[in-house]
Structures are given as structure tokens and as C-alpha cells.
Design a protein around this ligand. Structure first.
Ligand code: COA
Length: 161
């Protein structure tokens, strides 16, 4: 566990976390703000209980303000989702959370992280490029969006060091 000012990062055990509902609400609010649907408590619980899952939370005054879910396989981790409470965005919480996560991942011998992001999610793309992810490939029309149209996905990755 590490505290940065009033901000604290910790690995969260979803089996003991009573407040998955609070995290699901945070996820929904963050994604609603960009016109996407967030996760339900059930989908969050399912994702976090899969083999290799790692849930890392950012807490301000003990209240969750952001979190990331990774899935680790061998020496590689996928960033499955990342969300910061809209009321706390723009305060470097996501970039600090990703930096703190690096150390946790390296402790378990993870050497690279990859993720997928919609090409229309400019804030997330800026964030990932700022923290050192590089785009590797594009999956054309990967995401189906409201109205039946499709949006490309970009695969980003970065080597941990
Ligand atoms: C993407 C998200 C996690 C960023 O969280 P955050 O805590 O506000 O991000 P940070 O404050 O750490 O920002 C770090 C960098 O990302 C970029 N960034 C973040 N939000 C941005 C925005 N709204 N517009 C443009 N750039 C943005 C900037 O480059 C920023 O660096 P800067 O502040 O020095 O300019 C947050 O906006 C969110 O939860 N979005 C909805 C969910 C989502 O898109 N998740 C990722 C899906 S793959």
C-alpha cells in the first residue's frame, strides 16, 4: 500500500472487498461520461475472479476514486479496464495508478502490458501515450457502437522497466 498525499493505492482482493458495488458505480459514471456503458457489479466481480486477475484501486480519504483491472498470463499483463471517477479526473490519478501498478506487476515477473482502446477515446489514448504505451496495431471495426456503426480498436503495449 502506498499513499501519495491523501491519495492511496492498493491491491484489492475482490473476494474480501465489500464494496464492489461502489466500484461498479464509479465505472459506470466514468464510461457514461464518454457515452459508453460501464460494468455492472456482477461483470466486475466476474472479471476480477478470473485466473490472473489483479485489481488495483486508488483511494482518496479511503474512498475509491479510480481502479484498474489487469489480467496476467505468464510474463504479460492485459489492462482489462481503467476508470477514474469523473469528479476526480484531470488530477493525474490514472497516470499515478498505472505507475504504481507497474511496480506491482514487475514484482510478479510481468515484463510487458498491453491494452485495447477505441480510436474515438481521445483522453484515454493521450493518457496511454503519456505514460509510454506505443500503438502496435489496429483492429478495424472491432467495436460495435449504438446505431450499428463500428469503431476501430488500437492495440497499445509497453515494456515494463
Ligand atoms: C481515461 C481516464 C482513466 C483518465 O483518468 P485521469 O485520472 O483523468 O487521467 P490523468 O489525470 O492521469 O491524465 C493523464 C494524461 O492523460 C491525458 N488526458 C487525461 N484526460 C484527458 C482529457 N479529458 N482530455 C485530454 N487528455 C486527457 C493527458 O495527456 C493527461 O496528462 P496531462 O494532465 O499532463 O495533460 C479517465 O478519463 C476515465 O476514467 N475515462 C473513462 C473510462 C476510460 O476511457 N477508460 C479507459 C478505457 S480503455
Amino acid at each position: 500500500m502506498t499513499a501519495e498525499g491523501s491519495l492511496e493505492f492498493k491491491r484489492v482482493d475482490p473476494a474480501t472487498l465489500t464494496d464492489l458495488l461502489q466500484l461498479a458505480r464509479l465505472h459506470q459514471a466514468a464510461f457514461r461520461a464518454i457515452g459508453q456503458a460501464g460494468w455492472t457489479q456482477k461483470s466486475l466481480a466476474e472479471s476480477c475472479s478470473m485466473d490472473g486477475s489483479l485489481l488495483i484501486g486508488a483511494f482518496s480519504d479511503s474512498r475509491p476514486v479510480g481502479f484498474a483491472v489487469f489480467r496476467c498470463v505468464l510474463d504479460e499483463a492485459e489492462l482489462i479496464t481503467l476508470a477514474v471517477d469523473p469528479e476526480h479526473q484531470g488530477k493525474s490519478i490514472a497516470s499515478k495508478l498505472l505507475k504504481w501498478s507497474d511496480a506491482q506487476l514487475m514484482q510478479q515477473d510481468i515484463s510487458s502490458v498491453f491494452l485495447e482502446v477505441r480510436t474515438d477515446n481521445a483522453p484515454a489514448i493521450r493518457l496511454y501515450e503519456t505514460v509510454g504505451f506505443q500503438s502496435r496495431s489496429v483492429r478495424k471495426g472491432y467495436y460495435k457502437v449504438a446505431g450499428g456503426s463500428r469503431v476501430d480498436a488500437v492495440i497499445y503495449s509497453r515494456v515494463l522497466s
